[in-house]
Design a protein around this ligand. Sequence first.
Ligand code: SAM
Length: 282
Amino acid sequence: MDHEAQEASFQRLARLTALKQAPDGTFHLGHWRRGPFLSALVKRLRPRHILEFGTGRGYGALCMAQASVEGGFDCTVWTIDVIPTTQPQPWLLDEGAGAVHIHASLEEVWSKHVPVEWTQRIRCLTGDSRSVMRRWRREGLPRVDCCFIDGGHDYATVKHDFVAALRIANPRCSFLLDDYTERKGYGVKRFFDRELAPRLPAEAWEILDPMAWDETAFGEKVPHKMVLLKGEAFGALTLAQLYSPREVRAFDRWDAWRTDSQRLARRVKALLRLRREAARTT
Ligand SMILES: C[S@@+](CC[C@H](N)C(=O)[O-])C[C@H]1O[C@@H](n2cnc3c(N)ncnc32)[C@H](O)[C@@H]1O
């Protein structure tokens, strides 16, 4: 397939699994170039196991699975999301006759539009990344060779997902962090600039610019970039190379405390809602 036909085929998949609507109502494919990039990375690294944080509607996972089919090597894409694959969700897609809003589950859309030889290489794990990663080793899931971090974008979640992935990574595992952007509430750039870049040799990472833009809450357009940590450049990257045992313990304690307080806040909110509803009906 020539370059243009390849780009058209990624765009077709993005129209089914990654289409977006701008505040002015127009439809666009946003950051669809992550697809060709993930595909090229997977074909080059030939990972046996890939871990993705944030399945979304599946564009990234499908591009990676497709790359392994085309490359002719065994590969499983493990992908984590809080939204169950059978749960209907608002889904914007264009099957060729223009963009439409539907309500469908990932399983419904995939089974209608995606080849089984791609989807059978994907294992969807449902839950918050913190609970799924706690189960990972208990359930004997494999070490991974490549990791795409694209789930929760706040600083604490990005750091959690990176640290958790590093704990189950094989030597020479590569990491791709999406959403290296100046957007409010997004912590990837801060995490990378402050914590990883100063601790890694310059040849071990690269900022990638897929020529995509994000719109901030103030309507300002900022570049949407990605960061690649190149497994082949740092050999066996371990937590111990990046953080002291004290820093790791402090982060784990803080992260657990944060998760518990968020859970408590959610329960209190639900309780207050129930009391308000009970008061209204009496
Ligand atoms: C940007 S989308 C992922 C896009 C996908 N990686 C792709 O390339 O098409 C982010 C997804 O992360 C999920 N998510 C956010 N926080 C999460 C968390 N803490 N644990 C698991 N999934 C999370 C959201 O439900 C959402 O579907």
